[in-house]
Design a protein. Sequence first.
Length: 565
Amino acid sequence: MEAKHHTSDKYFTRFKTSIEAISLPDKFTYPFYYEPHELSLIASKELQQHLLTQKDWIHDFGIDHFVEGTNIGKMFGVLVVQNDQNEIGYLSAFSGKLAGTNTLPGFVPPIYDLLDENGFFKPEEDNISLINQQIKELEESEEFRQVNNNYSSGIKSSQKELEDYRSFMKVEKKNRKIKRNELEQSLSSEEFENLKEELKQESLKHQYDFKMLKKEWEEKLEKLKSELDFFKTKIHHLKEERKTRSAALQQKLFDQYQFLNYHGQTQSLCNIFAPTTQQIPPAGAGDCAAPKLLQYAYQNNLKPIALAEFWWGQSPKSEIRKHGYFYPSCKSKCEPILGHMLQGLDVDENPIKSPTINQKELETVFEDEYILVINKPAEFLSVPGKETEDSVYLRIKNKYPEATGPLLVHRLDMSTSGLIMIAKDKDVHKALQKQFLERSVQKRYIALLDGIIKEESGFIELPLRVDLDDRPRQLVCYDYGKPAKTKFQVIDRTNGKTKVHFFPITGRTHQLRVHAAHPKGLNTPIVGDDLYGKKSNRLHLHAEYLEFTHPILNKRIKVKVPADF
């Protein structure tokens, strides 16, 4: 590690627990999929004890009771480090802000302190807030409302008055025609010509009066619009100023976030996100625990050894976060940043890229000339992903080169094992998919839950959508989520675990996993769920049973394969 300036080690915490017998890890933690190292577990336990006993600040985490509001629970991180005296200790951090601040005793400082009264951000944020207040006052002012109402009323009145006059002219035109027809035979030629002239003049007068009425209204409306435009222009200029100042402030803020890596190289937040699909950094990028910990370590000549992040306190309403559980770093904010910050460190391999994945075999459970049903192993992709091509689809495509159509009739999550149906031609595929859409295919999953649930059976209905900040994680969202419904039936309760059958009525991504783990679902994650529970040797979720109508033979086919747990 290259030498960097040495500063105070007030954030370097020495272990209270003896760690003499514990070996250091060979490589640094891969932050997006990991089992915490023993040192990280000890550091986390010591930090958790500190959170329970400290008196320096006050925040109700809602650990044993419900607290109304948001940002009650919090993500914390520990980074095991080695200092230049070869001592092993750890750094602590929290994501975002805590107890109304982002600087608390014992926790590494933020990369940039947004709340610093002497910094540029707070004063300019106050200026923008002042503009917001001015806009609000103008939009809610009695004068603006009156002018707006006057203009709206004027438009309606003008339309009605002009339409009424048009109707009047129409009636009068009809009356003139009747009068002409009635008197044509009884009047002399001269008298009739005089009558026509009189009626013509009457028509011209009506047209003139309509024209003048229209002009009068145009002038009135122009005056009313001018009064309204005065306010609208003022509001528009304020909004443009707000937009310009907000963009400038955002850019200046981004420029403050300069991230180091192990080599001592620096990258700005904007440069890090420029090549990503997002291009623009999301709000809060750089304020998560992991980047704060690594930045402080690099700035203070501390060598990163291992990382772990855990949730402390009440679960959020939408995301699934359990008190005391460890979680990977988030994808949308942290993945690009940590991609830079970890350069130079020897990091554990991404398990998705592990060569052992390629050794997994696909067991054939049912096959004829039209259909194939295989047993997909856990931690194996149904279709090619971003990180690896190897998948059920690719294996089947290579094994059956003459097969046509999309092949896979449905998919399973990478972590889920079990039955996948494959059609060998596009017509059979279409027929089978129709059965899925009509819900005539019977599917049954078996799962082992990490706890005891009281209910024997029931339904779970929680709408789901992707977590935009942390794909592929899903969250419960009543505003934008898609309907998701699951039937469950308890099979057995043993050793503090519950075995259940799941019958998915809908087929949303991670539906069974979220419905099991969410507080409004079963509130009990599936064993081995690295996204919504605790990591284990595998996700204990298996698609064990399929029943469908063979589209060619027109008979019901039942396929079952037992789980290995």
